[in-house]
Write a protein that binds this ligand. Structure first.
Ligand code: TRP
Length: 457
């Protein structure tokens, strides 16, 4: 059964895969640029608040539904609702959301591939204005970024249809700790640059006068995006969990790891950005116009080491992005395979082709072709906005209402407690705290943030 439904192997493997889904460009690319646009430390505080208060209970809800139902996202909601109502629509929404995310995410993952090869070829050497110019020219080129994005989706496709997830799991046991260590090294290098202190202050000294009107929704969207929450992605992965998995503990561990990596990414980018004069609110290009400077300037006396660290870093980032794109692809593939009764290969192609077309549109919208815009934003920015800021919170909101109010609460409790070794008063009390949170705290907070954003509150 397991092998047929996706090929995840061991108990540890699937937890690693879930962590791999969470850790990706959301941490290393999106978190720094969102932090930069929202004035730094104050945003980070709100972000951590969202992870603790809304993210962890949200993850547990998806885990509970997924592991109980053991099926694709849509059917999982249907099964858990006792086959009443239209709850499978929440699963459908999640599948749509993750397909759109894969479309624009692949563009950024493609940039990482380009940077991997460019740094191998030594093309990223130059001062900071050269580095900015390099990014501008490359990202607005009509061909190259599209090809890289489609290549990235095809690599994801190959992993999905060849069932080599096991290999990826095994590799991530080694590569994830490596990414963590390398991040630490680059953080030290970045903090040693002249004028780096200003960047550290930006990250840790809250200045509430800098926060914008949209800061709350930005923090919420970033928290959900980074945890892979709100698209039933976690639900799909949890359908492969074993009954011995402690769901709350796993959610906590993954959220902690994910947050540590995001903060480290911030510590890697901002000291360097302040040092070389890159604006913190440079938007999606932020890491791409900052990092090449770090690899050159912080290692100016040992250029060979800077060269190797740069290459290793882009390679590990590509791997981290791949474990995330696999998870987005898997949601749709599992759905089409089981609901449309298509062979897995065909289902995977449906997704690959749809996402590739979207990725090409997103990539071209950045300058190569004028006018690929929706509501005045380039398609890529629009897809990012509509998914992270609207669809993910909506998915998590509905999931929370579902788990808290519509699912048989005895069933919820039983599934929550399964896997917790010492079943006693303490674990029951923890369940009640979780239940209170999904009934009231999560839906109310998301609702209030929406109302605030749209000017009603
Ligand atoms: N969390 C991933 C990251 O930080 C991105 C991701 C993977 C995702 N699967 C998802 C985001 C599902 C939302 C929904 O890079």
């Amino acid at each position: 059964m397991d092998i047929k439904r996706g090929g995840f192997a061991s108990k540890l493997g699937i937890i690693l895969a879930t962590a791999g889904s969470a850790v990706g460009l959301g941490n290393v690319w999106r978190f720094p640029y969102m932090t930069g646009e929202n004035g730094g430390a104050a945003f980070i505080l709100l972000y951590i608040g969202c992870i603790l208060l809304l993210g962890i209970p949200g993850m547990v809800s998806e885990f509970v539904i997924g592991r109980y139902a053991q099926s694709n996202a849509a059917r999982a909601y249907h099964k858990m609702s006792g086959k009443r109502g239209l709850w499978q629509l929440v699963g459908h929404l999640g599948i749509l959301t993750s397909t759109i995310i894969l479309g624009f995410y692949a563009v950024v993952a493609g940039w990482c591939l380009q940077y991997l090869f460019a740094s191998l070829a030594g093309q990223l050497n130059g001062d900071s204005s050269y580095v900015s110019e390099y990014f501008r020219n490359f990202s607005s080129n009509p061909w190259k970024p599209c090809l890289w994005a489609v290549a990235f989706i095809l690599i994801t496709h190959l992993v999905i249809v060849r069932g080599v997830q096991r290999g990826i799991e095994r590799a991530s046991k080694l590569l994830m700790p490596m990414l963590l260590v390398l991040l630490l090294v680059i953080v030290v290098a970045s903090c040693s640059l002249p004028g780096a202190m200003a960047g550290i202050e930006f990250l840790f000294k809250p200045d509430f006068s800098k926060v914008s009107h949209s800061v709350l929704l930005d923090a919420l969207g970033q928290a959900f995006f980074s945890l892979s929450l709100g698209t039933a992605c976690l639900c799909t992965y949890a359908s492969y969990f074993s009954r011995e998995t402690n769901l709350l503990k796993s959610a906590g561990q993954i959220a902690l790891l994910d947050t540590i990596i995001a903060i480290l990414a911030g510590l890697m980018i901002f000291p360097a950005a302040f040092s070389v004069g890159v604006q913190p609110d440079s938007g999606p290009s932020l890491i791409f116009i900052t990092l090449p400077n770090v690899f050159q300037q912080a290692f100016a006396t040992m250029p060979m080491i800077g060269y190797v660290i740069g290459i290793l870093f882009y390679a590990l980032l590509v791997f981290a992005a791949l474990t995330s794109t696999i998870s987005m692809h898997e949601i749709g593939t599992a759905f089409f395979t089981e609901e449309l009764h298509r062979p897995r290969k065909q289902s995977a192609w449906i997704l690959t082709i749809t996402c590739s077309l979207l990725a090409i549109g997103c990539s071209l919208s950045l300058g190569a072709v004028d006018g690929i815009k929706l509501f005045g934003k380039p398609l890529l920015d629009f897809c990012d906005f509509i998914t992270a800021q609207i669809m993910l919170p909506l998915g998590a909101f509905l999931t929370s209402l579902f788990a808290g109010w519509f699912v048989n609460q005895q069933l919820l409790k039983q599934e929550f407690l399964t896997g917790i070794r010492h079943n006693n008063n303490v674990s029951t009390a923890i369940f009640h705290a979780y239940q209170f949170s999904v009934r009231f705290i999560v839906p109310l907070c998301i609702l209030l943030i929406f109302l605030h954003q749209f000017g009603i509150l």
